[in-house]
Write a protein that binds this ligand. Structure first.
Ligand SMILES: [Zn+2]
Length: 356
């Protein structure tokens, strides 16, 4: 239960991988980076990959087999319309990704439930899940929004400049976030979740750099990606520093309340920034993406080959990478699958830790 709770909060960090779009018009440029448009999320002992309206969850079951769930993800007409409106779409996409993320996390967790939990009736399980969501959300708001505000106000006697206090609040928030991310990595489940997160990025990077999706190529690819949810959270913290400057009321309740009310605005703006960052190789974009990429070194870890195999299974369930490589890079791959043989051939190799 406790790890489900942490995964719930951790899961929020990783659902923005898919917000960039395809740039297939660059198909003549060989070996240049081309965005695939696929995104994903790490789940318990597995990976969820999403490609437009299709998504798949691949989970390594306790018996060692990979279980694959493949489904369509249909957005309602209202959602489709809302997702076309800049600044509004970020909020709805965020809520939407939480819902899908939770569903996939539950699917993966169902293979690892202990007996006590399996005996729960379906309605009771739903109630528990909702409770976990609500408690996680309330705690996240308390820890990342309200606490930094109160901690920074402790310095008001020492620092009279309100601009410095708002800046300090932002710094404390980033500090708490970094502390949280590294602290939960001490949990075995979360450490493995970070490894699967790394596997997910590595698969996407492998394809977007024009390499066939094999275990060896995935291992060599970077585990950092500009469109990552970790980077999104970092942008949220940066944007909130700027927006919270404008809260000029004296009442403490009003101050906290306005911070909460501004959250959708913060999320909306951050979403637009990460969308832009995912599409551009501009120097300025690289500079603002750098801190998020640095934090990804904490939220991703080098996966082992078995994890990479799971990630590849999830990608292949929703994405025709042979076609993508041919269209975007002009690479024609020989007929696959080669995964199994390759796994055997490279099973004594160690995971590449050079990115750490
Ligand atoms: Zn990510």
């Amino acid at each position: 239960m406790i790890s489900t709770f942490f995964q719930c909060i951790a899961g929020w960090m990783r659902r923005y991988e898919g917000v960039g779009r395809k740039l297939t018009d660059k198909c003549n440029c060989r070996r240049e980076k081309v965005y695939s448009g696929i995104g994903g999320q790490a789940v318990l002992e597995g990976i969820m990959m999403k490609n437009s309206e299709k998504y798949a969850v691949a989970v390594r079951k306790p018996d060692g087999e990979i279980e694959l769930l493949k489904e369509e993800y249909k957005n309602s007409e209202l959602m489709k319309r809302l997702s076309g409106i800049p600044f509004v779409r970020g909020v709805f996409n965020f809520v939407d990704s939480l819902r899908l993320g939770m569903k996939c996390l539950n699917f993966s967790a169902s293979f690892y439930e202990d007996e006590e939990e399996t005996q729960m009736s379906e309605s009771k399980e739903k109630l528990v899940n909702t409770l976990v969501m609500v408690v996680s959300f309330a705690l996240a708001i308390g820890i990342f929004i309200v606490l930094p505000y109160f901690l920074s106000s402790l310095f008001k006697k020492l620092i009279t400049n309100s601009t410095v206090i708002v800046l300090l609040e932002g710094v404390i928030r980033i500090g708490i976030f970094l502390g949280y991310v590294s602290l939960i990595s001490l949990l075995e489940d979360i450490r493995r979740l970070y490894q699967y997160h790394g596997a997910e990025h590595k698969c996407i990077n492998c394809l977007e750099h024009g390499k066939p999706l094999t275990v060896e190529n995935v291992k060599e690819s970077s585990r950092l990606h500009k469109r990552c949810g970790t980077s999104f959270i970092f942008f949220v913290m940066l944007v909130s520093i700027v927006l919270f400057f404008f809260i000029r009321v004296d009442n403490v309740l009003m101050k906290v309340g306005l911070r909460l009310l501004l959250l959708p605005v913060v999320a909306g703006i951050s979403y637009e920034i990460i969308r832009l960052a995912g599409r551009s190789e501009n120097v300025l974009v690289k500079i603002i993406s750098a801190p998020g990429m640095l934090i990804q070194r904490m939220t991703t870890k080098e996966p082992d080959e078995k994890m990479i195999e799971v990630a590849i299974a999830a990608v292949e369930a929703v994405f025709d990478w042979h076609h993508f490589l041919q269209e975007a890079f002009g690479i024609v791959c020989e007929d696959q699958p080669v995964r199994k043989e390759e796994m055997e051939a490279s099973s004594d190799g160690k995971a590449d830790e050079s990115d750490l």
